[in-house]
Design a protein around this ligand. Structure first.
Ligand code: HEM
Ligand SMILES: [Cu+2]
Length: 526
């Protein structure tokens, strides 16, 4: 390129494209953060509608609304989309908005790769959702993709494998960006141990993603070659072993459940100190606890496999290693409570969600410990107890932290305050609804009701009816959330720079809304 043309390019630098092209070509971390969050919001309503269809079918025993195979498609797609389309993209959205703002960096380290990492997701999303219209319908073998079902299914299974590859690629690119940004682009003086805890939790999460996404990719590639190219990795008739899939899958998927919760710990660790008006209790122990959880997450995978048959020594190993995770997790819960202890607390919507997180996530943690006991798990495996357990950690854990984070940072992002009345209404309906859906599922599981089943024995009717009513309360109260978000984007009381009286950190030193470009000269942190 000639010098003149180069100069011309430099000149054109400020003419940003508008409309659709702006969003397609954007390399700005704030734009990309918003894209991730909108994508997650849309997918939340998609996967949420599937949950309501499932719960509607389960309102009564017998088959009312749908064919059993379609029920299985809904369950599988609900799980896949909630995990890969809602929780993970929402956390990436927070990372994109907040990591540069918290570190005093002008943007992410690799802005163009950042654009790619996002735009791969809608492609995968369309492939997953579109597969409902393919011959044979969407995948129906459960989000865990176990063979032999996943080897026998139709064309949507191949498409889902491709979609999983694409989403994994997106996560790896996002993680490389986050790690590089955090390690290299912190403002002068902002040492690692001074960094906001949200950045720490995402740094560790990004390493987990880079370590485990290739394992998932390997597992689904073996499914693909078993399906199409005559290999027998998981086919016993050809000398393969279907249980091997479970080992590989859970070696990915147990760290994955921490990928779904560590950034939540980070958000809650930002919100609680703000509204308790005290610094986070035990900052360093929080960092070490997060790292310990991440390391331990690699040695516990077979607690998902107690019923496939394993030597007693193996059962003991996976049982005790799993229980060990309760130690660093307990440290975290202790630190959050100690931060609130004798604080001057106020209860704005982000704080309400954060407190609900601490209480209800802990219920999910405890039911996890119950499931970790090998003899108990043999009874409870594949019952509604498991469904209750993971929804306490995913809904009142991951999802509630996302709500807390949105209410907390939305004024910074949009420049407007949200309506506290609507926020609190959303909070109370969500907490009440969530417990009505999922608490009775513990009893259903203890009584032996299997999961992933469209019909059930008569004695399970009452608790199922209660759960379905709760699901519709929870589901429809999310329309309030949608209203709050859209209203806040459009207008509302002007937000101050600091927004919350007790807020600390670099993001609160820039104006609200945060300008398109921030920290072009790095701030100095003392
Ligand atoms: C309105 C809120 C929700 C309701 C009413 C709901 C309901 C359900 C129901 C009824 C099932 C099927 C259980 C079975 O038959 O095994 C299910 C499965 C599942 N849900 Fe949810 N859910 C909700 C939110 C979420 C969220 C936020 C996540 C977050 C990641 C999530 C993750 C999953 C997963 C992973 C499965 C397992 C899918 C499978 O068995 O393959 N759910 N949910
Ligand atoms: Cu696990």
């Amino acid at each position: 390129m000639s010098d003149a043309a180069h100069a011309h390019d430099e000149h054109g630098h400020h003419a940003h494209p508008t409309g659709l092209m702006r969003w397609l070509t954007t390399t700005n971390h704030k734009d990309i953060g918003s894209l991730y969050l909108f994508f997650a919001l849309i997918m939340l309503f998609m996967a949420g509608s599937m949950a309501l269809l499932i719960r509607a079918e389960l309102f009564k025993p017998g088959l009312q609304l749908m064919h059993p195979d379609f029920f299985n498609q809904l369950t599988t797609m609900h799980g896949l989309i909630m995990i890969f389309g809602v929780i993970m993209p929402a956390f990436s959205g927070f990372a994109n908005w907040q990591v540069p703002l918290m570190l005093g960096a002008p943007d992410m380290a690799f802005p163009r790769m950042n654009n790619w990492a996002f735009w791969l997701l809608p492609v995968a999303g369309v492939m997953l959702l579109g597969s409902f219209w393919l011959p044979g319908g969407a995948v129906a073998g459960g989000w865990t993709m176990y063979p032999p079902l996943f080897i026998q299914g139709g064309v949507s299974y191949d498409l889902t494998i491709l979609a999983v590859h694409i989403m994994g690629l997106s996560s790896i690119m996002g993680s490389i960006n986050i790690i590089t940004t955090i390690l290299n682009m912190r403002a002068p003086g902002l040492t690692l141990m001074k960094m906001p805890l949200f950045c720490w939790t995402w740094l560790i999460t990004a390493y987990l993603l880079i370590a485990t996404m290739p394992v998932l990719a390997g597992a689904v590639t073996m499914l693909l070659t078993d399906r199409n190219f005559g290999t027998h990795f998981f086919n016993a008739a050809g000398g393969g072993d279907p249980v091997m899939f479970q080992h590989i899958f859970w070696f990915f998927a147990h760290p994955e459940v921490y990928i779904l919760i560590l950034p939540a710990f980070g958000i809650v660790s930002q919100v609680i100190p703000t509204f308790a008006r005290k610094p986070l209790f035990g900052y360093a122990s929080m960092v070490y606890a997060t790292a310990s959880i991440a390391i331990l997450s690699f040695i516990v995978w077979a607690h998902h496999m107690f019923t496939v048959g394993m030597p007693v020594a193996g059962q003991l190993f996976f049982m005790f290693s799993t229980m060990l995770i309760a130690v660093p997790t307990g440290v975290k819960v202790f630190n959050w409570v100690a931060t609130m202890w004798k604080g001057s607390m106020t209860f704005e919507t982000p704080m309400l969600f954060a407190i609900a997180f601490v209480c209800l996530f802990t219920i999910g943690g405890f039911s996890g410990l119950v499931l970790a006991m090998a003899p108990v798990d043999i009874q409870l495996q594949d019952t509604y107890y498991v469904v209750a357990h993971f929804h306490y950690v995913l809904v009142s854990g991951a999802l509630f932290s996302i709500f807390a984070g949105i209410y907390y940072w939305l004024p910074k992002w949009t420049g407007h305050m949200y309506s506290e009345t609507l926020g609190k209404t959303h909070f109370w309906l969500s907490v009440i609804g969530m417990n009505i859906v999922f608490f009775p599922m513990h009893f259903l599981g203890l009584a032996g009701m299997p999961r992933r089943i469209p019909d059930y024995a008569l004695q399970f009717t009452e608790f199922n009816q209660i759960a379905t009513v709760g699901a519709f309360i929870f589901g429809f109260s999310q329309l309030i959330f949608l209203t709050v978000v859209l209203k806040t984007i459009k207008g509302g009381a002007k937000a101050s720079d600091r927004v919350w009286e007790g807020a600390e950190g670099l993001e609160w030193t820039v104006p609200s809304p945060a300008p398109y470009h921030t920290f072009e000269t790095a701030p100095v942190v003392k």
